[in-house]
Ligand binder design. Structure first.
Ligand SMILES: [Zn+2]
Length: 127
């Protein structure tokens, strides 16, 4: 698979290392480890399951992630829903995206990739 990936990247003249800053995935993992414990209070009990699509109240465990975060599959419509209290979504979204940690991380990554993206995709998109 690596050979195919390398050929594709070479054929399309894409430098994959430039698309993500150094230690990008470590940064994602560190951020996740920092943010997940802060939102544990949004995890619903299994008995409180409600499908986000059809509002069905019976679901089966689809995926167990970390620290109690899970996905459930609705027994009626088969939609996959997280076990997160979505009624608190506004404050959740603000707490994830409206903070200095996220803003700094986003700005740093955008800045690090700007010159490469401009060179690689700018002309194509302009045309
Ligand atoms: Zn459903």
């Amino acid at each position: 698979m690596k050979i195919i990936d390398d050929l594709c990247l070479k054929f399309f003249d894409i430098d994959a290392r430039r698309l993500r800053p150094k230690n990008f995935y470590k940064g994602v993992e560190d951020y996740r480890n920092k943010i997940l414990p802060k939102h544990r209070h949004l995890i619903k009990k299994q008995d409180d399951y409600t499908c986000t699509l059809c509002k069905g109240v019976k679901g089966s465990l689809f995926l167990e992630w970390v620290e109690g975060y899970q996905l459930y599959k609705c027994n009626l419509c088969e939609a996959i829903s997280p076990n997160i209290d979505m009624s608190a979504k506004q404050s959740y979204i603000e707490s994830v995206y409206e903070n200095d940690d996220y803003r700094k991380k986003f700005m740093r990554e955008t800045h690090d990739q700007f010159a490469y993206r401009k060179k690689q995709y700018g002309v194509e998109r302009y045309q």
